[in-house]
Design a protein around this ligand. Structure first.
Ligand SMILES: Nc1ncnc2c1ncn2[C@@H]1O[C@H](COP(=O)(O)OP(=O)(O)O)[C@@H](O)[C@H]1O
Ligand SMILES: [Mg+2]
Length: 265
């Protein structure tokens, strides 16, 4: 058996990330020294109070912002402040309204350096796989919110970067669509395991989808605790009523509550 280099199997490491906005008296520390890591092919969720700096952390990982302190390592290379190393799916669909559904996916593939013909073939194949082939030539506005997020997720999934950042991707969907999307995302992710870092408000969503959950304190955010999620894959809806699921949900909820109290002192 080939022994893998330890560095190679780690997709992301954030080392002691601190972020301060503003100067002097007006300055505000948002991230208080965050160190997290994601192994290759691992699905990790971050839950934390709103305003704790989750989106800020994503912007730093994606190179849109430079941290005040600390380093970002992706695939064994230091990438602090550099763009282009991750694929990203925002909360609201960011599909281009003047491009067709297929065009949106093809465009992002060709921008990331994939040959046009191959991009076309991959797009067609995947649109069939997610059941949206009949919408290939439609414009995004005719799709429902859930369908738009499917296309948006597919676009992130097909990008060549190993690491996907999903920032509350289902936040704008109604509860039922949201649950359907979680199942859908799970099944598609299992076909093509990428390293994922997901931000979510929902403890259930994190439990259902992830291998590991990182709980953040209020800002300046630090890691309060990490939880390994023990449920075997593939996961099914029945998990929602599993007593172990409920027990973990309660533990994380209590932790968020206590963390929030301490943060308020
Ligand atoms: N560019 C910025 N300048 C100043 N403050 C910012 C900036 N971006 C975010 N913040 C502040 O940082 C804190 C965390 O924001 P954010 O990362 O969006 O939190 P979350 O995504 O966890 O809700 C908030 O108080 C927000 O006002
Ligand atoms: Mg946010």
């Amino acid at each position: 058996m080939v022994k893998r280099d330890e560095h190679q199997s780690v997709t992301l490491q954030t080392q002691n990330i601190r972020m301060k906005y503003g100067k002097g008296q007006m300055s505000k520390e948002v991230l208080g020294g965050l160190s997290i890591s994601i192994a290759d092919g691992e699905f990790v969720s971050i839950v934390g109070p709103s305003g704790s700096g989750k989106t800020t952390l994503f912007q730093i990982i994606g190179g849109l912002e430079r941290p005040t302190e600390g380093e970002i390592w992706i695939d064994g290379k230091q990438t602090t402040g550099e763009r282009g190393h991750i694929s990203y799916m925002p909360q609201q669909s960011s599909l281009l309204p003047w491009q067709t559904v297929a065009g949106n996916i093809e465009l992002s593939l060709t921008i990331s350096g994939i040959d046009k013909k191959l991009a076309k073939a991959r797009t067609k194949e995947w649109l069939e796989r997610i059941g949206l082939q009949e919408y290939a030539d439609s414009y995004p506005h005719v799709l429902s919110g859930g369908m738009q997020q499917r296309v948006s997720f597919l676009r992130a999934l097909l990008a060549p970067q190993r690491l996907m950042l999903l920032d509350e991707p289902f936040g704008a969907l109604d509860a039922l669509t949201r649950q359907q999307m979680q199942q859908w995302l799970m099944s598609i992710w299992e076909l093509n395991r990428r390293s994922v870092l997901l931000v979510t408000h929902s403890i259930e969503e994190a439990l259902f989808l992830s291998d590991r959950i990182i709980v953040l304190s209020p800002s300046p955010a630090v890691v309060l605790e990490e939880f390994q999620v023990p449920f075997e894959r593939p996961r099914h809806e029945s998990l929602w009523t599993d007593p172990r699921f409920y027990a973990m949900k309660q533990r994380i909820y209590d932790l968020l509550k206590t963390g929030a109290k301490e943060g308020n002192v």
